[in-house]
Write a protein of this length. Structure first.
Length: 135
């Protein structure tokens, strides 16, 4: 888990410039988030269905990837600085997800591993004691 947190620290305040997804067989198994000087490679470990987050230099996974930069999901985050990252552990002790924020501290994205594939979810607005608050 510490390696994941260290990876988040390595891109702190860098702006997201590009997002790519790698498809293995029929499901996405990796996501590359490219920032100004480094990238986050988020991928599935098929041995135990956990998530691995690695900070790497600029890397191109073009040969097996789909560019998601202009997709409706990622478009609003492109150009935003990385805010915070959280490592998610389930009740069985497996690290199978991460939370990400861009341009602030409120988590906006959940990435989770399910059945050896990487799933991406948008997180909605927070509520404080029954009242909605701004993200």
């Amino acid at each position: 888990m510490q390696a994941t947190l260290d990876a988040f620290l390595s891109i702190e305040n860098e702006r997201l410039s590009e997002v790519k997804s790698r498809i293995s067989q029929t499901a996405p198994d990796a996501l590359l988030l490219c920032f100004q000087t480094r990238s986050l490679l988020i991928q599935v470990d098929g041995n135990d269905d956990t998530i691995q987050v690695t900070s790497i230099g600029m890397l191109d996974i073009e040969q097996t990837s789909e560019n998601l930069t202009s997709s409706s999901f990622w478009r609003e985050f492109v150009g935003q600085p990385f805010g915070w990252g959280w490592a998610v552990m389930n009740q069985q002790g497996y690290s199978d997800g991460v939370l990400l924020s861009f341009g602030g501290v409120t988590p906006q994205v959940l990435l989770e591993v399910i059945a050896s594939s990487l799933k991406t979810h948008r997180i909605g607005s927070a509520e404080v004691f029954g009242r909605e608050s701004s993200p």
